[in-house]
Design a protein around this ligand. Structure first.
Ligand SMILES: NC(=O)c1ccc[n+]([C@@H]2O[C@H](COP(=O)([O-])OP(=O)(O)OC[C@H]3O[C@@H](n4cnc5c(N)ncnc54)[C@H](OP(=O)(O)O)[C@@H]3O)[C@@H](O)[C@H]2O)c1
Length: 277
């Protein structure tokens, strides 16, 4: 199988490229600016992989994907991994920052999926892996925009999973917990603007905790990547899951949210049933 992974310059994307190649499959690792990470490019090419430039927020994304397919052949597994977190209170965020977050985390995956689904549909096989987040279980104060981008990806994926199953295409959503990558490193993350009114609130507390988390996250990106590859390659016959939570934080988050939803349904049962004709 040939995989294409976005956002391979570091973190989970780079580990995915390594794990895919170690499993004996073909991998096209992509990143915005390959010349920025010559060691990673050389390593993946030495392992037999291909590296291509791809910016998921660029206007020529579809054209670049077409060029990659023309040159290297059809993609069997697309991994929408590229992403970043724009943190801060929503009211302090400019519309441009909001649009950029959605362009990379949500519209980029949509555009990549739209570009590659026709060939998967014709082949009546293919797998789309969308990297979401444990934020889906418990969206935090100060993370509304990032959460919105991942919730949008979750909704898209869940609906598409049914829509595309008619053509033998599987959709897998991956929800990593806090993962030890450069995701919240000082050099990666744009320090959120915190208006005075938010000082001392839960938003202030959460944002400080996230920034202090760098290097202490519990989830190992190498093991996370191996788990994704293992799930995608799971033999036919075993029922495929829609969601793959990764790490204790995410698994507990999934169970916690399920419990809160059941509790909410119980509280609202009479009102909900009473609203029908
Ligand atoms: N780390 C965590 O705690 C955590 C938890 C849950 C979910 N996630 C998700 O996991 C995924 C990978 O993140 P990571 O932890 O591996 O962080 P990372 O090390 O910062 O990697 C993020 C990657 O996304 C790329 N990227 C950003 N904008 C892009 C664009 N417009 N086009 C192409 N690539 C772009 C970055 O490339 P550049 O080098 O060009 O910037 C980088 O390669 C993300 O979707 C993130 O939301 C992470």
């Amino acid at each position: 199988m040939q995989w294409l992974v976005t956002g391979c310059s570091s973190g989970l994307g780079l580990e995915l490229a390594r794990a895919i190649l170690a499993s004996g499959h073909k991998c096209i690792a992509t990143s915005r600016n390959p010349s920025k990470t010559p060691e990673a490019v050389a390593e993946i090419e030495r392992l037999g992989g291909i590296w291509a430039a791809l910016d998921v927020a660029a206007s020529d994304l579809e054209f670049r994907l077409g060029e990659i397919v023309d040159k290297h052949g059809t993609i069997d597994v697309l991994v929408n991994n590229a992403g970043y977190a724009a943190g801060g209170p929503l009211e302090a965020m400019g519309i441009e920052a909001i649009q950029n977050q959605m362009e990379t985390n949500f519209l980029g995956p949509i555009r990549a999926i739209k570009a590659l689904v026709p060939s998967m549909r014709e082949n009546r096989s293919g797998i789309i892996v969308n990297i979401s987040s444990a934020e889906y279980w418990d969206p935090h104060a100060g993370c509304s925009l990032y959460s919105a981008s991942k919730f949008a990806l979750e909704g898209l994926s869940e609906s598409l999973a049914t829509e595309l199953s008619a053509f033998g295409i599987r959709v897998l959503i991956v929800e990593p917990g806090g993962m030890r990558t450069s995701f919240v490193a000082p050099e990666t993350i744009t320090k959120p603007v915190l208006p005075d009114a938010y000082k001392g609130t839960m938003t202030d507390f959460v944002l400080s905790a996230i920034l202090a988390m760098h290097g202490e996250q519990k989830l190992d990106p190498r093991k996370a990547a191996e788990a994704v590859v293992e799930e995608v390659l799971r033999p036919c016959g075993t029922p495929p899951v829609l969601r793959l939570p990764l790490g204790k934080e995410s698994l507990e988050g999934m169970r916690g949210k399920a419990g809160r939803l059941v509790g909410n349904a119980d509280v609202c049962e009479a009102v909900a049933l009473g609203a029908d004709f």
